[in-house]
Design a protein around this ligand. Structure first.
Ligand code: SAM
Length: 289
């Protein structure tokens, strides 16, 4: 049997549409109608959606500029105990939106935190990009300038997993320029524009081609970039003696055989099975006393 929702003293992180209003789930709809209090990133922005649902709950703002003052008030409401929903302007609260701090504080105070899942631009762009989705990283918005930005770009360029990035349209061309510099023109990318909306588009298939497209058609609307991973470097051949020496070093430092093999496999790209076999051969070749 489903549990009764909304429950008093529980924080609900509720996913809302990133464009198409039909993407609000029936569960989210029902919860927003019935919950005692709704914390909104922007009460005016969410007003229309909430009015269309007939949501009666008290509305409070919760955004990056009032997090510190609002957090204790929201925790107090949970303690009463009232039910509390958090929504952001669009998508999943906590993903490049306010949510993380409230979820952490509510958990630390012993309240239940439940996510009512909904659309998220990152995963929507990822799965429709056609780029590998088995392993991926989410970088959100990069720092806007300086060394931190350059460092993050350098790390992203080396990353072998698919990387998802958010960017504002007026900064998109600058980001594509930097990605060409760091990753080369041929690195695969899909720029997802206006996901779930009428003029939804995917622009690729490479960083160079996307940059060319947006030079011709200045970016408008919301964009999420899905960048293919760096090609895996061919693994350097390590001699058996070298591998054995490094395994023994790890074990002398206190690692178990399996931890030593796992660590060295990560470092050298040699398979763990091969490393175990080396260790086994060493043990069976040891002089018997
Ligand atoms: N919490 C949201 C989520 O779950 O996707 C993300 C909020 S973040 C402040 C806003 C960024 O998400 C935009 O700048 C854009 O990069 C991306 N985004 C949001 N809606 C989008 C859409 N419909 N199409 C493409 N990207 C979108």
């Amino acid at each position: 049997m489903q549990r009764q929702e909304p429950a008093p003293g529980t924080l609900y992180l509720v996913g809302t549409p990133i464009g198409h209003l039909g993407d609000l789930s029936p569960r989210a709809r029902e919860l927003l109608r019935q919950v005692d209090v709704i914390a909104c990133e922007d009460t005016r922005h969410s007003g229309q959606l909430l009015a269309s649902l007939g949501a009666q709950g008290r509305r409070l703002s919760f955004h990056q500029h009032n997090t510190r003052s609002r957090l204790p008030q929201l925790l107090e409401l949970l303690k009463q105990p009232l039910s509390l929903a958090l929504i952001s302007d669009a998508g999943l609260p906590g993903i490049s939106d306010p949510g993380e701090a409230l979820a952490a504080a509510a958990r630390a105070d012993g309240h239940e935190v439940i996510c009512i899942p909904g659309p998220c631009a990152a995963t929507t762009a990822l799965v429709s990009s056609g780029l590998p989705s088995g392993r991926f990283c989410f970088e959100g918005f990069l720092p806007t300038k300086g060394r931190d930005r350059q460092q993050r770009l350098a790390n992203i360029a080396r990353e072998s997993r698919t990387t998802v990035l958010y960017e504002a349209p007026h900064r998109l061309l600058a980001l594509l320029d930097e990605l060409v510099t760091h990753c080369g023109e041929d690195r695969p990318v899909q720029v997802a524009r206006e996901l779930t909306k009428r003029y939804e588009q995917q622009i690729g298939p490479t960083v160079g081609a996307a940059r060319e497209h947006f030079r011709q058609h200045p970016p408008q609307g919301e964009c999420t970039l899905v960048l293919g991973g760096a090609p895996l470097q061919p693994t350097t051949q390590h001699s058996e003696a070298e591998l054995l020496r490094r395994l023994e070093q790890h074990m002398e430092a206190g690692a178990s055989a399996s931890d030593a093999a796992r660590e060295l496999a990560d470092q050298t790209g040699t398979s763990r099975r091969e490393l175990y076999a080396l260790l086994h051969r060493r043990t069976t070749n040891l002089p018997q006393h």
